[in-house]
Design a protein around this ligand. Structure first.
Ligand code: NAI
Length: 288
């Protein structure tokens, strides 16, 4: 039996609960939200699918879940330009998460933005080991990168490291053909604006994050040891510590099994260092 807990069952949390159960990835849910009417509505809507799975709304059962997806808090709207701008607004939701996760022995997946700083805060303050704190966003950014490459006829495996935000670092050096710096900057600008285009059009991103979160849940529960881009609390990798940042990592049932350290080129190193500086400052502010 695989039990998934979701804290914050709004757009993302609700869709992940629906997808993971309807795709047969999990067979038990623990759902929690500070808005009781929404929580009840999400439970009823899931029950009306006809899927016969136990759904608990008892927050004390979060601790026994295999995975906890933390997606509680405010999302961006067109007047909130960057994910980092959500730091102060989402501190109280993230701090509520610290008590909800007391005694939790599974894998934490942080979604709430600014995701890197919130993953660092939750990891630092709950005492959950860094291997079991996975920040989600890199898979989605990498999929957007893949689309930008396909639209230009560029082939290769798309990977985005760095911040889940303005300081994201698409990796060009591992693609099948060289990409010059002008085109890199053009693609990076497109990636930075990708989610805001969705937010402006439909209020928030849903399908993209939810399907990649479902895929991540499957990787963890099947112990697939797949290499993905995710945010991890760093202890010297890429010359960084005191922050959580997007890196290539192999993930399985015990969480992050190995962080790979890739040979980046000069353009990528410069961007990665900027990302490190920026996110470290956010992380310091989050925990202080
Ligand atoms: P939403 O507003 O639809 O849902 C958020 C839910 O959190 C609401 O139901 C709200 O009642 C609940 N909530 C707020 N404070 C809470 C607390 N203290 N305890 C429990 N529940 C609480 O927002 P949406 O679109 O689902 O986004 C959620 C978060 O995920 C946002 O911060 C957003 O920026 C982030 N996000 C991250 C992505 C990523 O790739 N890492 C992708 C998309 C969104």
């Amino acid at each position: 039996m695989a039990r998934l807990a979701v804290v914050g069952v709004g757009r993302i949390g609700g869709e992940v609960a629906y997808l993971t159960t309807s795709l047969g990835i999990v067979d038990e849910l623990v759902l929690y939200d500070s808005a009781p009417d929404l929580l009840r509505a999400q439970v009823l809507d899931l029950e009306h699918t006809g899927l016969q799975i136990p759904i608990s709304t008892d927050a004390s059962e979060i601790r026994d879940a295999d995975i906890c997806i933390f997606s509680a808090g405010l999302a961006r709207n067109p007047s909130i330009k960057t994910r980092a701008d959500l730091l102060e607004a989402n501190l109280s939701a993230t701090k509520d998460g610290i008590s909800l996760l007391k005694g939790f022995s599974g894998i934490l997946v942080t979604v709430t933005n600014p995701m890197d700083a919130n993953n660092f805060l939750l990891c630092t303050k709950t005492g959950i080991t860094r291997e079991r704190c996975i920040g989600f966003g890199g898979q989605l950014d990498s999929a957007r990168f893949g689309l930008a490459l396909r639209n230009r006829g560029i082939t290769g495996f798309p990977f985005v490291l760095g911040e889940h935000g303005e300081h994201q670092v698409p990796i060009f050096s591992s693609l099948s053909s060289p990409v010059n710096n002008d085109l890199r900057e053009e693609i990076l600008a497109e990636l930075r604006g990708a989610s805001m285009e969705v937010i402006k059009g439909k209020g928030g991103t849903v399908f993209g994050p939810a399907i990649h979160l479902a895929h991540l849940s499957r990787i963890i529960l099947k112990d697939a040891r797949e290499l993905i881009a995710c945010s991890a609390v760093l202890e010297g990798e890429y010359g960084l510590s005191g922050c959580s940042l997007g890196v290539p990592a192999r993930v399985g049932f015990n969480g992050i099994q190995k962080i790979e350290e890739w040979d980046l080129d000069d353009w990528e190193w410069a961007k990665m260092n900027d990302a490190g500086r920026f996110v470290k400052d956010l992380c310091t502010r989050a925990v202080s």
